[in-house]
Write a protein that binds this ligand. Sequence first.
Ligand code: ADP
Ligand code: MG
Length: 397
Amino acid sequence: MNIHEYQAKQLFKEYGVPVQDGVAVKSEAEFDSAIAAIKGDHVVVKSQIHAGGRGKGEFVDGFKGGVKFVKREEAAATAKRMLGNTIVTKQTGAAGRVVGTVFFAEAMNIKKEFYLSILMDRASSKVAVVASVAGGMDIEKVAEETPDQIMKMIIDPDIGLQAFQIRKLAFFFGFGDKEMMKQFKAIFSGLYKLFIQKDCSMVEINPLILTDEGNIVALDAKVSFDDNALFRHPELEALRDPHEEDPKEIEAGKYGLNYIALDGNIACMVNGAGLAMSTMDIIKHFGGNPANFLDVGGGANEEAITQAFNILLKDKNVKGILVNIFGGIMRCDVIAAGVIAAVKNVGLTLPLVVRLEGTNVDKGRQMLAESGIKLTTADSLADAAEKIVKIVAAENK
Ligand code: ADP
Ligand code: MG
C-alpha cells in the first residue's frame, strides 16, 4: 500500500524527521486558508498522486509541472490548474493520474540535494540503505551513469542500525561536523525506526536537502507498506486513498482474490500465481493480450468464482474469458460447479474457454458439457490459449 507525500511527511514528523510545514487540501474552497498558513513570500504547490516525477510531469491540458515554486499571490491560481486535472509523469503511464489533493508547502532555500532510501534487500534478506549525493535526480539513472555517487549499506534487522553506520553515511553526505552529525543521526535513526515499526517495504526521500541555513530537511517523501503486514497496523487503513487504487482490485481483495488489472482484452481466471503467470505468457505467445492477472487461490468456492467473474466483467475491454484451473487441493467438479453457477448468476455472454486438469477432471468436464452453457473446452494450456485468442480475434475483426 502506498500513501501520499503529505501523509508520509506526517509520519516523518512523528518519528523526528524534519519536513517543511505544509497543508493538504482537497477542494478549492480551502485554498486561501491553507496558503495563509504557509510562511514566506513563496509557496510550493505540489500535486499529490501515488507516483513520482511530478516536478517534470505534464498535465493533459498542457499545464507543465506537478510541483511549482510560485509567489504567494499565484499559489491559489496554480493549485486551481492542478486540482481535478490529470497529470502524466514518468511513473504514471500514459493514462496519468487525477490530482485529488494539493499540498501547499513552505519554500526552502536549497543548498544541496541528496537521495536517501531504506528498502528490503532480497539478495541479502536484510534491510538496504541506498544513498546518493546526486539528489533530486532519478536514482536509476544515477546508478547507471555515475554509480560512484551511490552508496549501499546493509543493515541486519536483528542487530539494528549501528552508530558506525550512521557516521559512515553522514561522512558520505559531508555531514561530518558535530551539529550536522546530530541532525543527521536523528533523521537516519528516525527513518529506520519508522521503516521497522510500520512494516514498510520502502521509505524514500528524494531530495533530502541541506538548506542555506544549515538545516537538513526531507523535501519529498515516499512510503510504501508491506500489504502482508497491514493487519498489524489498523491505524494505517485511514491513510488509504481509494482514488489511487483500481476499484476492481479493492473488490477482489475483499474476497481473497489476487487481481491485477492489465490493458489487454482476454480475461483470465486461474488458480495459483505461477499458473496465472504462465497463462498470461502463453496468451501473449499466441498473439493475444491478457486483461488481468487473477489468482483465485487454492480454496476458491462457488461464491469466490462468481465474484471473480463479476470483477472480470467490470473491465469494459474484456472480449473473452479463459478459465484455467488445475485441480489439486481443489477438485475439478467443485470448480465446474462454480463456473456453471457463476456463468448463470452473472448472465455471461462473452466467449468462454475452460481448461480443467487434475482431480475429478472427468466429472468436471462432464458437468460442463451437460450444463447447457455456451463454452469451449480445451485439454491443454496451449490449446486453451490458442482457442481463446482465435475466438476473440475472429469476433473483433
Ligand atoms: P517529484 O519527485 O515527484 O518530482 P519533489 O517533491 O521531489 O517531487 O519536487 C521536485 C523538485 O522541486 C525537488 O527536487 C526540488 O528541487 C523542488 N522542490 C520541491 N519542494 C520544494 C520546496 N519546498 N522548496 C523548494 N524547492 C522545492
Ligand atoms: Mg522527489
